[in-house]
Write a protein that binds this ligand. Sequence first.
Ligand code: GLP
Length: 238
Amino acid sequence: MSKVIHHADVETATLAIAKECHELAVNGREDGSRCVFGLATGNTMASVYKSWANLALENSMHPQTQGFNLDEFWPLAEAGEQSFGAFMNEHFRGPLGLGEDLFRVPACPAGLDPVDFCQSWEAAIQNAGGIDLQLLGIGANGHIGFNEPGSPSSSRTRLVDLAETTRLRAGFVGDSAPRQAITAGIATILKAKKILVFAYGEDKADAIRKALHEPPHSDCPASYLQNHPNVVWHLATY
Ligand code: GLP
């Protein structure tokens, strides 16, 4: 079941999401153990990390809290400072001094077979007890993570080709954006206990409408979120 919250502005939405993440990170799971976050990148998320980090600096998160980012460019060397690892360092890991061993990005090292890497990534999420709360943005073409249109609902963490529109929007100079990435699959995302989607902007309006109101279809990967029992969409007027 999807719940949709319409916020008056982006700041209000940002704060609501940051607070929910912060409270969960401080309190942990119901049995008192630490929880595990699924984390996303992108402009939409940058302000969430800023607010969350400010809250966490005042009241620290449960020790051993973990995070698994959704995606990373491949090969990593081609991403340079635009890598999602660099994004997480700038916006979250750096300000909070979080270790890369606990807040991980699916950065496949050069020389390692991406297929093996993706298998070990799925196993690491499972060994951590699964993801308690998944943060999610959406692409203008309806992608979630880097699950571009055409991605099957049964997909797991894997190496994918990026859509040209995604490459153009990724903020690289000229045509230098990597052509591939490693992404958690749609089935990987749907295994999270709860999912928070944050989206706003004219350019995403059509993808949001399809995701919420059209039958789930691989043309709009975000529409598969309808199959999850606990998704909250935070939408904001831009
Ligand atoms: C990238 C990420 C997605 C993110 C999307 C939206 O493609 N792989 O996880 O949701 O960007 O980014 P933005 O918030 O910058 O619009």
